[in-house]
Write a protein of this length. Structure first.
Length: 581
């Protein structure tokens, strides 16, 4: 159902819907109340043909694009994803876009442009970040004569939720690439936990009177930065339920969207006898927190039966319990990590077949069996350190397939915007795969490289990405068998993954890509390659130099100016003053 259907004209079929021809049109767009989608159709068809197709009523014999929402899309499944399904059907003089929801109809519009008219939506400058992220870049093929052949294309996403966490609203770009999903959630289609236990059990309010609500550690009750609680305490569950109803549930507007209630950015297990006995029985530190949340929901659902909670499966709470089951109103948000916050999972490499990610894999495969349709992923897809080269693009396809095969409802990548130019490639690729995990990832990557950086530079950039992947694999195999985690980058990992000899090869490939892009007619390609270099290998070169030899004076090769740089390297002034300087 989620297979990408590039519906080419049928053999011998007549391309009989003429939408525009040499600056003229007889067609009409029939909104049927869906003005936003109709306007988007009108705007982008005009970009393609130069002709503005009017909005209006259907008339006999006149070519028409008809928008409609029905109870169920013909051919869609019975899964929750069917609410986002659509059908594009062209026959006679009528092109019909049918969906089960307003959002599904939005996906139909952009799916029509992408899959049937060759449009591509690669980047998006969302205010107020336009200067920060660069301009929007889209591919819109020009056709004076636009004829639509017979089409019968029904599509439905594989993952119910497809988005990102942190730092930026992606605006229309997310929906143009069929991201987001239902329920409509913040952070671009993500249903995630929030570090907020102490918002509802504030130690400043409760600790003096109720120290027993907080974890027993080293023989005494104490609160901490990881928002530890005594999960087996029944009175705590009652107070949390009361506070949650008053502070959040009474004001919650969307029952389909779970309310976050979760541990801190870490974990502290309570050492009291009751908590220890439950952990021993269930084989996981998640058990006391699961008991606490189940008790809270037993109380809150008496007043708010439709409201749900989402919590983290994170660090020590990754592993599912042996016999306990989450409340039907409880969602689990798995965070890519290992069992201990002090030990690295591998946030670059694959999940399957990777010993460093065995705990993460157990969570992915285990929780959906206990909470079907209510498990999402928070996956660290990029280090938050600006000195980045995070070569996980080639591992993303199998990770997405694993999530889908395991019954994960949705996934959100944490991308920490504003550094690597590969963000657009990574995130665009993720949305294609989250819609259709069977898509040809190599073909998609190469397509992006050619369209975004130019055909001449694409081959060098492909080799560059492969080189960074190999650098990770060499470093992981020889030095970091436990994996690569964002918190130990770049001071340790930069030196191990990208030693001088590897940086030299990376720099040489980027230089070739720059020279190749400069030969393209469109100057945007050269600008994109320059940005890629400035936000990838140039940053690594500067970081490597920072830990090298003492500073010495040098004359810049380009302008003759005097600089004081590490080791007296004559190449560094150009790197420092380039597009990323």
């Amino acid at each position: 159902m989620f297979a990408l259907a590039l519906a080419a004209p049928m053999a011998g079929a007549r391309a009989d819907i003429v939408l525009a021809d040499k600056g003229r049109t007889d067609a009409v767009i029939v909104p049927n109340g869906f003005e936003k989608q109709a306007k988007d159709l009108q705007t982008y068809l005009q970009k393609i043909t130069g002709v503005e197709i009017p909005l209006g009523a259907e008339a006999a014999g006149r070519p028409a694009i008809v928008l409609e929402v029905v109870d169920k899309v013909p051919g869609a499944s019975d899964r929750p994803t069917a609410k986002q399904a659509y059908r594009i059907h062209a026959e006679g003089t009528r092109l019909t876009l049918t969906a089960a929801t307003d959002l599904g109809l939005t996906y139909a519009v952009w799916g029509f442009f992408e899959d049937h008219l060759g449009c591509r939506f690669y980047s998006y400058a969302a205010k107020p970040f336009s200067s920060y992220l660069g301009p929007r870049f889209e591919v819109i093929p020009q056709q004076q004569r636009l004829r639509i052949a017979q089409i019968d294309d029904t599509q439905e996403p594989a993952l119910r939720l497809r988005g990102f966490v942190y730092y930026l609203s992606l605006g229309e770009w997310l929906f143009k690439n069929r991201g987001g999903g239902l329920p409509v959630a913040p952070y671009g289609g993500a249903v995630t936990g929030t570090h907020n236990f102490y918002e509802f059990a504030d130690p400043k309010v409760y600790f003096e009177k109720h120290p027993e609500w907080y974890p027993l550690r080293n023989g005494k009750r104490q609160h901490d930065w990881a928002m530890g609680l005594c999960g087996t305490n029944e009175e705590l569950a009652k107070e949390l339920a009361t506070n949650l109803m008053e502070k959040r549930m009474a004001k919650w507007k969307d029952p389909a969207l779970p309310i976050p209630l979760a541990q801190g950015d870490g974990y502290t297990g309570c050492q009291c006898p009751n908590c220890r006995a439950l952990v021993e029985k269930e084989g996981t530190e998640a058990a006391p927190l699961l008991l606490l949340l189940n008790r809270i929901l037993d109380i809150t659902t008496k007043t708010y039966p439709d409201l749900q909670i989402v919590t983290f499966s994170y660090f020590e709470t990754l592993i599912p319990p042996r016999t306990m089951r989450p409340h039907p109103n409880l969602w689990l948000n798995i965070v890519s990590s290992s069992l201990s916050q002090n030990a690295a999972g591998d946030q670059v490499g694959p999940i399957r077949g990777n010993p460093a990610n065995r705990d993460y894999l157990r969570a992915i495969e285990g929780w959906p069996k206990l909470a079907p349709g209510r498990v999402t992923i928070w996956d660290w897809a990029l280090t938050s350190n600006p000195l980045v080269e995070w070569p996980n693009i080639f591992y993303l396809p199998d990770n997405v397939r694993l999530w889908h095969e395991s019954g994960i409802a949705g996934a959100a990548l944490q991308v920490c915007w504003g550094t690597s130019d590969w963000n657009w490639l990574r995130n665009w690729l993720f949305l294609k795969l989250a819609w259709n995990p069977k898509a040809d990832a190599e073909k998609l990557i190469r397509q992006f490289l050619e369209n975004y950086y130019g055909r001449r530079a694409a081959g060098y950039l492909w080799d560059y990405l492969l080189l960074t992947k190999q650098a990770y694999e060499d470093a992981r195999g020889s030095y970091v068998p436990s994996g690569v985690r964002w918190t130990n980058f770049p001071q340790m990992m930069r030196a191990k993954m990208y030693p001088p000899e590897v940086l030299e090869k990376m720099d040489a490939l980027m230089a070739k890509a720059e020279r190749a892009a400069a030969r393209e007619r469109d100057p945007a390609f050269a600008q994109h390659v320059a940005e890629a270099r400035a936000t990838s290998v140039d940053l690594l070169v500067l970081d490597e130099a920072r830990y090298a030899k003492p500073f010495e004076p040098v004359k810049c090769r380009e302008d003759g100016q005097r600089w004081l740089v590490s080791g007296g390297r004559a190449d560094l002034p150009a790197v420092w003053s380039g597009p990323g300087g």
